[in-house]
Ligand binder design. Structure first.
Ligand code: GTP
Ligand code: MG
Length: 175
């Protein structure tokens, strides 16, 4: 049985904790409770292999600005140990997509590897009427990142939630 260290990253409020809660516990959380850092374990079957996922749900990028030095240090630590990264934005926020750019650069720098398993996640797909990021805009980002897979998810509806974690595990297995 293999262990997989997965890190969930992205701006505050995009739905990182809700996606993780749906994946790990099959629950929907309506209230917003900003995260400092939480970790979860879940065993899943990926193409016939038993995989133990260690999932780190992190703080939104612009949060806790007074603690910026400790957050930066924490982030460097978990980027070092992370094997795969879910980079989450909300389709209702342009800036949340732009913030992923810097996170990706940081991952590549810290791991000293430009081929790190990454999945780009456009969450809140149920809020189509509030969409600010078109699919083609997100695909353009994916292309500029060497075709990192792009999924649109809804934590609320539990749409594509398992798929993003499984895609990431497959990338880690192939590595
Ligand atoms: P931080 O921990 O502060 O970085 O935020 P986060 O990215 O973990 O966001 P969180 O999962 O706490 O969700 C923030 C808010 O968005 C909550 O009120 C959720 O109910 C809501 N939300 C999360 N995912 C979805 C979704 O897929 N659709 C809709 N409509 N709302 C969502
Ligand atoms: Mg959170």
């Amino acid at each position: 049985r293999r262990d997989f260290n997965i890190v969930v990253l992205g701006a505050g409020g995009v739905g990182k904790s809700c996606l993780t809660a749906q994946f790990v516990q099959n629950i929907w959380i309506e209230a917003y409770d900003p995260t400092i850092e939480d970790s979860y374990r879940k065993q899943i079957d990926v193409d016939g292999r038993q995989c133990m996922l260690e999932i780190l749900d992190t703080a939104g990028t612009e949060q806790f600005s007074k603690l910026i030095d400790s957050i930066t240090l924490l982030r460097e630590l978990y980027m070092k140990t992370g094997q795969g990264f879910l980079l989450v934005f909300s389709i209702t926020s342009q800036s949340s997509l732009y913030e992923l750019q810097e996170l990706r650069e940081q991952i590549i720098r810290i791991k000293d590897d430009d081929n790190v398993p990454i999945v780009i996640v456009g969450n809140k797909s149920d809020l189509e009427e509030d969409r600010m990021v078109s699919r083609s805009k997100a695909f353009a980002v994916s292309q500029s990142w060497g075709n990192a897979p792009y999924y649109e998810t809804s934590a609320r509806r539990r749409a594509n939630v398992d798929e993003v974690f499984i895609d990431l595990c497959r990338q880690i297995i192939r590595k």
